[in-house]
Design a protein around this ligand. Sequence first.
Ligand code: PHE
Length: 344
Amino acid sequence: MTFMGNELKEKLIAKIEYAESALKAASTEAEIENLRVEMIGRNGFFPAISAEMKNIPYQEKPEFGKAFNVAKNRFESLLEEAKESLKTKSRRQSDKSVDLTLPGRKWPIGVKHPISKVIDDCVAIFRRMGFIVAEGPEIETVYHNFDALNTPPDHPSRDPQDTFYFGDGRLLRTQTSTVQIRYMEKNQPPIRIVSPGRCFRRDTPDATHSMNFHQSEGLYIDKNVSMADLKSTLLYFGRELMGSETQLRLRPHFFPFTEPSVECDFSCIMCGGKGCRVCKFSGWLEIAGAGMVNPNVLRNVGFNPEEWSGYAFGMGIERIAMIRYRINDIRYLYENDMRFLEQF
Ligand code: PHE
């Protein structure tokens, strides 16, 4: 090649090497754009070389032309590559950029449902007195819900108007007293259990009635258990739950599975017994049913009533929750409205 041809070719090679490393080093769009203008812009390097080509001897033109095109194509593809890699680099950077000054995401923290709270608190008090928790099924047999509990065949609580029957000897339990039977069938005295759980009755829902509600049963079986034990246990419970000034009143009542039977009232926590709207001006709040376990019930589970005696009680969890949290409609407890539940 002639001097002219060689000189141009070297220029071409040197420039393309320079452009290649400059593109690699370029870290902004502006730098890349400047290189584009410098190399292939209207007054750039390639057009200038192209203009100089007329000075090369014409035999050398094809060879040089080829080298020129290769160099120009190479630059153009390097240019595209540089643009692409800049784009992905900036994309990756923005992915990585974590703003540590941003406040964290707040997850709503749940609260315990008031029913669960009352159950937990009641259970905790009885645990301190040596009771343990026993549970039973919500779908029960007629036997466990009524027969074994000494409920006569014509007792009104058996009425299908009050109880949900499946029609195959099973029903939705109407009381947690069923757990008394289940536990005594499997365990020997002495027995000290509490059994919180869900019960079902065919009530028309209103401010104080719900078709499903909760009770907690209590059962104590040992030698020489007396009514005095029942009374002191309930009084201790009431004072732990509602304050040391709480008074207990037992009224005679009837339950098929206890004899004698009582209804337990605690002095009103709102007015201390003076009379207010919460206690309907009576000074007392009815909380539980209780009594000495009927000998027939003991016999039904194979215990000798001459040897063993005991007491049982069953309290309404919703009732306690409504008094404690001053809830005036039981239905709020089942609607799961967060605005309601968040208050507890
Ligand atoms: N099961 C009775 C009710 O639902 C309450 C109760 C339990 C009464 C245990 C006495 C003994 O009304």
